[in-house]
Structures are given as structure tokens and as C-alpha cells.
Design a protein around this ligand. Structure first.
Ligand code: SAM
Length: 172
């Protein structure tokens, strides 16, 4: 499976605090390697870093990036999630499983350059909804859901339980 990266553009730290946090957490939970966010946000970096420290894996977050440069220099295929894009079921077979993947999600209106730079403009349904939902459905489908319970070797591991909470903590 290639490395999967997320590029979040249009992030407004005050207004989008929770949504961008959930974009990052959902992409980490579903197996992405890291996220780039266009606006500098040290609080977001700290919060996501803290989850990754406790729950394992090596998810990376970088904020304050120049999204045009990331798009231009990315070595792999670029998917842009937009309600105007091609149907996900028709687009999915066309995406390489060999090359790294960069998935772009917006906050507000996305500039036309993104549509032009993307190898695939893909919709998850043709109704407006949410970048968190679109990304989660796309990642689940692209990875066949294989990362949902993958071991991250964290300080804390949640063991699935029909009732109650089971958490294993590593002591160093
Ligand atoms: N008009 C925007 C668009 O192009 O989809 C809606 C903005 S929406 C508030 C923020 C982000 O959610 C979009 O940039 C897109 O990444 C994602 N999104 C919303 N609905 C989507 C859908 N049906 N399919 C794919 N992505 C969607």
C-alpha cells in the first residue's frame, strides 16, 4: 500500500479548529501517513502530535505549508475530493496502488488551480457535505478498511470490547 498524505487548504484556525482536527484524526485512524495544512497552527500541531504520541504510529503534521508548492512537488498521484468530481465508484479503479497518494480537501471554495492540478477530481456523492465524511469514506474505500484495527504499537491501545472500555497501557 502506498503512503497516503492529506493536504488541507483554506484552514482558518479559529473557525475550523475542530473540523481540521477531525480531518487529521480521521485520516490518521484510517491509515494516512500525515497531513499538510496551509495555515500555521501550532495548537493543532500539538494536539495531533499528542494523540500520535499516546496512541502510536508515526503520523506527521506540518502546518503553514505553501499548498501550491506541495501540489507541484508531490511525487505521486493527486486526488481532490469535491462534490463536483467524478463518481467515487468509477474513479477508484483508476487510482494507482503503487504510487504515493496526496488527497486534497478544502474548507471553503477551492481555487480552480486545485481542480487543474489534480489527477483525479472525485466526489463522494453529489451532495454537499463534509470534508471529514468525504475523506473517511474515500480512505475506507481505497484501503478496504484494512487500517481500522491495525496495531500502532502505542503507549495506549484500545482493545475492542462489546461492553465497557479496555485500554492496555505500556509502562516504560
Ligand atoms: N463547494 C465545495 C466543494 O467543492 O465540494 C464544498 C465545500 S465543503 C464545506 C468543504 C470540503 O468538503 C470540500 O472542499 C470537499 O473537499 C469536501 N466535500 C464536501 N462535500 C463533498 C462531496 N460530496 N464529495 C467529495 N468531497 C466533498
Amino acid at each position: 500500500m502506498p503512503n497516503i498524505w492529506i493536504l488541507r487548504i483554506g484552514h482558518r484556525p479559529q473557525r475550523d479548529k475542530r473540523v481540521t482536527t477531525h480531518v487529521a484524526l480521521s485520516s490518521r485512524a484510517l491509515g494516512a501517513s500525515g497531513i499538510f495544512v496551509d495555515t500555521k497552527d501550532s495548537v493543532l500541531e500539538t494536539n495531533i502530535g499528542s494523540v500520535a504520541d499516546r496512541f502510536g504510529g508515526d503520523f506527521k503534521i506540518e502546518t503553514g505549508v505553501q499548498w501550491k508548492r506541495i501540489l507541484r512537488d508531490f511525487d505521486g498521484e493527486v486526488v481532490h475530493l469535491t462534490m463536483y468530481g467524478q463518481r467515487i465508484d468509477e474513479a477508484m479503479p483508476k487510482i494507482s496502488k503503487e504510487k504515493d497518494l496526496l488527497i486534497v480537501v478544502g474548507a471553503e471554495k477551492v481555487p480552480p488551480e486545485v481542480y487543474q492540478a489534480a489527477d483525479h477530481n472525485i466526489s463522494v456523492g453529489n451532495q454537499p457535505h463534509s470534508e471529514i465524511a468525504a475523506l473517511a469514506i474515500f480512505l475506507y474505500s481505497f484501503t478496504d478498511g484494512k487500517n481500522l484495527y491495525s496495531d500502532r504499537d502505542g503507549q495506549m491501545t484500545v482493545i475492542p470490547n462489546e461492553r465497557g472500555k479496555t485500554v492496555v497501557e505500556k509502562h516504560s
